[in-house]
Write a protein that binds this ligand. Structure first.
Ligand code: UD1
Length: 361
């Protein structure tokens, strides 16, 4: 059986790792197409090498652009590859423009599509990701859902018959990486030293990990300035893993990120991210995936957004939603939740269930 996985953005490389390993174990012929949506080495190649993912068979090199430019040029390249390979399945991941492009290209030429991480909803129609996930779910032939709540959303949209709960593949890779880190901690990038992010800081646990990259937080100058200033005024050091979009938007405003509490570093490899989060006092983010990783790694999270696709993380205050950053210091210094996190995201074996579901159809 031949499956084409289409990936393009950082979180998709992470989800691809356990899938690639499970497909190998099950003897599935796996063809990887990288759209090139993310192209900086630390946003792309580092994940393939650190997570031991087979190299991409194709790279469309589309790069950045408006939503339509990016999606359309991916579709043109993907259609040719799907026709040439004639796979049994195209597997798409999550909710990025690469996901939607692959789903649209495949459905038009009657190639079967499986959507991994199906059924997530933010109910915020301002987010490009919300459109990407809804349209992809409705175009797909098989919906692989991570949680019972995702299954419920799919049922509400009349998609129950195509849906299967497999668990969350990010849990597979997160738990695996944590176990490996415990055997031997990953080397910290050289630039960390100059930024003051040392092994001693990690060992102390007295710091926060932050990421900010969503358009609603980065693209309005007043909003971005307010968020950066509140991070800088926190009472503990803040290791800010800086997405290229945050770097370019803040540079354009003349905003220096590394000031006050903030220690800005480039995007880091997955093992280093897991190391940073698992040792930290807490996480501050607007990322979807990182909220869930914080929960799995038992780091309290403060999310700079109005809603979450992963509401299970809100249990006992492990994650708190706060688009308002005025009281950020009070929120992030809150007492650690006392109730255990539980395992709403599965047992770390979701990728094998995906392989089995594709083979069975
Ligand atoms: C995309 C996804 C988002 C996901 C995020 C993870 C969509 C609509 N959004 O957002 O769901 O959470 O990836 O990181 O697909 N850039 C670079 N180098 C890169 C990549 C991006 O400099 O390697 C800069 C460019 O200025 C680009 C901007 O970042 O215009 C935004 O990149 P893009 O891929 O369009 O969206 P993300 O914000 O990364």
């Amino acid at each position: 059986m031949k499956v084409i996985s289409v990936v393009g953005a950082r979180p998709q490389f992470v989800k691809l790792a356990p899938i690639d390993h499970a497909f190998k174990a099950r003897g599935i012929e796996h063809i990887i197409v990288h759209t090139g949506q993310h192209y900086d080495p630390e946003m792309s190649e580092s994940f393939f090498s650190e997570l031991n993912i087979s190299p991409a068979n194709y790279n469309l090199g589309v790069g950045s652009g408006s939503h339509s430019e990016q999606t359309a040029s991916m579709m043109v390249g993907l259609e040719k590859i799907f026709q040439e390979i004639a796979p049994d399945w195209v597997l798409v991941f999550g909710d990025t423009n690469s996901t939607l492009a692959a789903a649209l290209a495949a459905v038009k030429i009657h190639v079967k599509i499986a959507h991994l991480e199906a059924g997530l909803r933010s109910f915020n129609r301002k987010m490009p990701e919300e459109h990407n996930r809804i349209l992809t779910d409705h175009a797909s032939d098989l919906l692989l859902a991570p949680t019972p709540l995702a299954m419920e959303h799919l049922g509400n949209e009349g998609l129950a018959a195509k849906s299967l709960m497999v668990g969350d593949v990010m849990t597979d890779v997160c738990l695996n990486t944590l176990a490996k880190n415990r055997e031997s901690a990953p080397a910290l990038p050289v630039e960390f030293e100059a930024a003051g992010v040392t092994r001693e800081l990690l060992a102390s646990g007295e710091y926060f990990v932050a990421t900010i990259h969503r358009a609603e937080n980065t693209d309005d100058p007043a909003r971005l300035t307010e968020i950066v200033k509140s991070l800088q005024s926190l009472p503990l050091p803040v290791v800010l893993m800086t997405h290229p979009r945050l770097a370019s938007k803040s540079a354009a405003l003349g905003l220096t990120l590394s000031q006050g509490a903030v220690k800005s570093v480039k995007s880091v490899s997955y093992p280093v991210m897991v190391d940073l989060v698992s040792n930290s006092r807490g996480v501050i983010t607007d990322s979807g995936g990182l909220q869930k990783e914080a929960y799995i790694l038992q780091a309290p999270c403060t999310t700079i957004r109005t809603e979450t696709e992963w509401p299970e993380t809100l249990h006992d205050g492990w994650n708190i939603l706060s688009p308002d950053v005025h009281d950020l210091a009070k929120l992030v210094m809150r007492a650690r939740p006392t109730q255990p996190t539980g395992h709403p995201y599965g047992d770390g074996k979701a990728s094998y269930r995906v392989a089995d579901a594709l083979t069975a159809q």
